[in-house]
Design a protein around this ligand. Structure first.
Ligand code: GCB
Length: 615
């Protein structure tokens, strides 16, 4: 039960191998009792890691910034002060909060003081929804855990460290890019650093519901399987699952590993779909276990949808019916204000635009998005492609890189597996075809299938061969996937938009294809001839040729063009046009719809009609 606490020396010395991992992730924190630590945090910009290492580069075990030291006498030498440092808002990337931090890549220390009153028989975990990229967490001067990966949640237990009255938390966050990282050195998105998502204390009973998974059994439309995992491996603890609306109540007891398994069927189950995104309130309750005390009881609820997703030949079947995925790709970029998105309102705006476009599907590129997005997609009725940042040229031969990718994939699936909206896990984007890469990706596919056998697996591939005017999707990884993803840029990086008119497509795999990217850039408000780059007319014309071509691909199961909204990228340097923004958005970063938006909207309206008349 006690939290794992590590001496700082040991922690940093071994952090490269992730020896001090966070506690197992508590899922569904949305429905837990929490104390929010969001708001202003004191922040020290530390480009040389002075708060972590002394001038000989030795780790500071006594006087690091985790101590949050303050001088008590005029003789005390303390060369930092959180109290006197300006604040940054959490959640929020640091880049867009101060002009001097726009390009900053390095360390920032965050500190927040808060008053707390410990409750009897209650355990407390510090939960960080995302810190990009590497972070170390300390509470009241003791270092607790570290975490690698900028887009997934983690938590560390702080129960023994909290005391009545004032407490403080210090988090070291470093967003330096690393060749061996996931992602690696080069990406086409901004390396937003900081505590980009919510931070909170999560209060749970002594023995609590750690995790659960409730879903339709693949191949069925009315059979539900569930497992519930307790925080410790206690056998014979009674666990009950209820769906009050259907008067379903099932009880069983945990096995020796603290897991309770359920299965039941109910013909009345109304399935989740984009047209009717039905969510049921599901309650999970545990009763007093062996010790018989109230402290080992727990209860939590969630809103869960039930749907099936399968492939048959070239078709993607939602609840048994062939369904075309009318999608659009989205970055986690805040509408109107830029920077990282992270709120219900941001999710409502972005996904609302996708709905207006006529979408039933979104590709959340290129990393796990914040939980608000997934819960909103569940409620609004949008199917989701969820991806990890295995992007471009990863260090395929490095075992630590593979472990990092597997960890990010595991954290992604662990957090989001109860979201009916997610229909596809993607293990990467535009990875170059080599043996080492394919082996690496196959391991990720296997990891995903082991964790979740209910969803489809994909990856955004690229064309490997041309057979005359025919493009062939024959990446060897295709054999391991359920759905082929393909990014193509005919008319932008390759040839002219009208070249799409002559392009044909084939694949040796008898699988559905989602055209996971296509598009071109337009500066909103820039008008001209349709052959003039960066005009809205060029982008509009490109979408016309693309959609006509897509209509001729017999194995097309969906599309997620690039991209819903313009987003910041350090690779987009053209003054007056790009100004550090990738302009392939159908909507500008200020929310203005470009002409191509309406081309896609029209196409999706036609697709929707065809889909419905086919049912
Ligand atoms: C791609 C990448 C995406 C880029 C896009 C572009 O193929 O997957 O991350 O932003 O092209 O605009 O070039």
């Amino acid at each position: 039960m006690a939290a794992k606490i590590f001496p700082l020396v040991l922690l940093v010395a071994t952090s490269a191998c992730l020896a001090q991992q966070p506690a197992p992730l508590i899922t569904n924190v949305e429905h837990r009792t929490t104390v929010s630590l969001d708001g202003p945090w004191h922040a020290i910009v530390d480009p040389y890691d002075t708060g972590l290492k002394d001038y000989r580069s030795h780790i500071r075990s006594q006087d690091g910034f985790f101590q949050n030291a303050k001088p008590h006498t005029p003789q005390d030498l303390i060369e930092y002060s959180f109290d006197k440092s300006e604040t940054l808002n959490v959640p929020g990337d640091w880049n867009t909060q101060r002009p001097s931090l726009l390009f900053y890549e390095g360390t920032i220390w965050y500190e927040k003081s808060f008053s707390y009153r410990p409750k009897p028989h209650t355990r407390v975990f510090l939960h960080v929804s995302a810190a990009n990229y590497f972070s170390i967490v300390g509470l009241n001067g003791t270092v607790i855990c570290d975490h690698e990966g900028g887009f997934t949640s983690f938590n560390c237990e702080v129960t023994p460290l909290l005391h009545e009255g004032e407490n403080f938390v210090v988090i070291y966050v470093n967003n330096a890019r690393k060749a061996e990282g996931i992602p690696t050195l080069s990406t086409d998105w901004w390396n937003y650093g900081g505590l980009t998502r919510d931070v909170q204390l999560v209060e749970v009973p002594e023995r609590f519901i750690q995790d659960s998974f409730i879903h339709l059994i693949p191949g069925t439309r009315d059979q539900v399987a569930a497992w519930v995992k307790l925080s410790d491996a206690t056998a014979d603890q009674r666990v009950t699952v209820r769906i009050p609306e259907l008067a379903i109540e099932k009880s069983t007891t945990t096995d020796r590993s603290g897991v309770a398994d359920f299965s039941f069927s109910d013909k009345r189950l109304q399935l989740w779909s984009p047209e009717q995104p039905k969510l049921y309130k599901v309650e999970i309750e545990t009763s007093a276990g062996g010790s018989g005390t109230d402290a080992s009881k727990d209860k939590i609820e969630d809103e869960i949808g039930f749907r099936s997703i399968e492939v048959r030949g070239h078709d993607i079947l939602l609840n048994g019916a062939p369904t075309f995925l009318r999608g659009v790709s989205i970055h986690e970029e805040a509408p109107y204000r830029s920077g990282r998105a992270n709120s219900d309102d941001d999710a409502k705006t972005l996904l609302g635009w996708a709905k207006e476009l006529g979408a039933n599907f979104v590709r959340l590129a290129h990393y796990p998005h914040n939980e608000h997005m997934l819960r909103m997609a569940d409620r609004m009725g949008l199917m989701v492609w969820s991806e990890i940042p295995v992007y471009w040229d990863i260090k395929w031969d490095n075992p630590a890189t593979l472990a990092d990718a597997q960890n990010q994939l595991t954290e992604n699936i662990t957090r989001d597996k109860n979201r009916a909206s997610i229909v596809i896990w993607s293990v990467g984007n535009e990875t170059p075809v080599t043996d080492a890469r394919t082996k690496f990706m196959q391991i990720l596919v296997k990891t995903a299938r082991t964790l979740d056998s209910t969803r489809l697996l994909s990856a955004a591939l690229q064309v490997q061969h041309h057979d005359g005017t025919t493009r062939v999707i024959d990446d060897p990884l295709g054999a391991d996937l359920d759905v082929l993803g393909c990014n193509e840029y005919i008319g932008w990086y390759e040839g002219k938009p009208e070249d799409a008119d002559k392009a044909n497509w084939k694949s040796p795999y008898d699988k559905p294809l989602v055209m996971s990217e296509f598009g071109g850039s337009a500066r909103s408000g820039l008008h001209g001839n349709s052959d003039a780059r960066f005009t809205e007319e060029y982008q509009e014309d490109l979408y016309k040729h693309q959609t006509a071509m897509l209509d001729r691909i017999p194995f097309l199961g969906g599309a997620s063009p690039w991209i819903l909204m313009d987003f910041r990228s350090p690779r987009r340097l053209l003054p007056g046009i790009q100004d550090f923004y990738n302009r392939k958005g159908l909507i500008s970063d200020r929310g203005e719809k470009k002409k191509a938006f309406y081309v896609l909207q029209k196409w999706y309206r036609q697709k929707e009609t065809t889909d419905h008349s086919a049912h």
